[in-house]
Write a protein of this length. Structure first.
Length: 267
């Protein structure tokens, strides 16, 4: 169902701040791949690629990750080491175009292991995003915790995962809080669903969410109108499922705040 994304799990109170130039979110780096014990450098390692840009492969991005044992979320270890059986088979996403389903959906693999930050780097590189932007959105969604659950709904609404008996039950999972029954929309929850992989695998959770963000940024929505090149509009859409509403703008402002403050630098 396409509609306003439930916002019970958090209240965004930040006011909108001035726009940030996409190209300035982060810069490419030529520093050594391995920095033992180091947090990611301020500004990150990757920049936002323009709409329609050629995207790197899984393997190319795995080689570009700056490796470090720094792990502020050791409770993510199991999920960080979980890789889906390949190839991943996801149902069609009705909210995105045939081109997205053909070219982007089939790139969603979750095929990477590492620390939480290394996985963030890999997924950001793969989908042409600034890794600091991804860190910021993940901080807003879950404080980087794969165990995070949200968007609890009464069982009577019919959206509870097939293996969850709680009432109300969570419907959004993981580091990016992917709402399982809408990403993708499925009639049979056991066929073509992103669940339970979005709960079990950090790399898959990030891979899927950033593929959708790229689809919005590349203008592949089937119902939102012209979204091409509007980064903050696409960030807000992830929260609401609608375009440029007050709630979507407030959420985007909250991600900007995380990007400015970089709380992971003190974790």
């Amino acid at each position: 169902m396409i509609g306003v994304r439930a916002s019970l799990r958090r209240v965004v109170v930040s006011s909108l701040v001035s726009a940030i130039a996409v190209a300035g979110l982060a810069a490419c780096s030529t520093e050594p791949r391995g920095i033992p014990g180091a947090r990611p450098r301020p500004g990150g390692y990757f920049h936002v690629l323009s709409p329609g840009a050629k995207l790197p492969t899984d393997a190319e991005c795995a080689a570009r990750v700056r490796r470090s044992p720094w792990e502020p979320r050791p409770d993510n270890t199991d999920a960080n080491q979980t890789v889906p059986h390949q190839p991943v088979s996801l149902a069609r996403f009705s909210q995105y175009s045939d081109k997205w389903n053909r070219d982007y959906r089939t790139r969603i693999t979750g095929n990477f292991k590492g620390t939480t930050d290394e996985i963030i780097q890999w997924a950001a590189c793969k989908w042409g995003w600034s890794d600091d932007l991804v860190r910021a959105q993940a901080a807003r969604e879950s404080h980087w915790r794969m165990s995070n659950e949200g968007d609890f709904e009464p069982r009577a609404q019919g959206h509870c995962p097939f293996d969850d008996t709680r009432d109300p039950c969570p419907t959004s999972f993981g580091i990016m809080q992917v709402k399982w029954y809408f990403h993708p929309p499925v009639s049979n929850p056991r066929v073509g669903s992103s669940y339970p992989l979005i709960r079990e695998s950090t790399a898959f959770n990030l891979d899927l969410q950033l593929a959708e963000l790229r689809g919005c940024y590349d203008g592949m929505s089937t119902y939102l109108g012209n979204t091409r090149g509007d980064l903050w509009g696409c960030i807000g859409y992830w929260f609401t499922g609608a375009w440029r509403t007050s709630a979507a703008n407030a959420y985007a402002s909250g991600v900007r705040d995380e990007l400015s403050e970089k709380p992971w630098r003190s974790w």
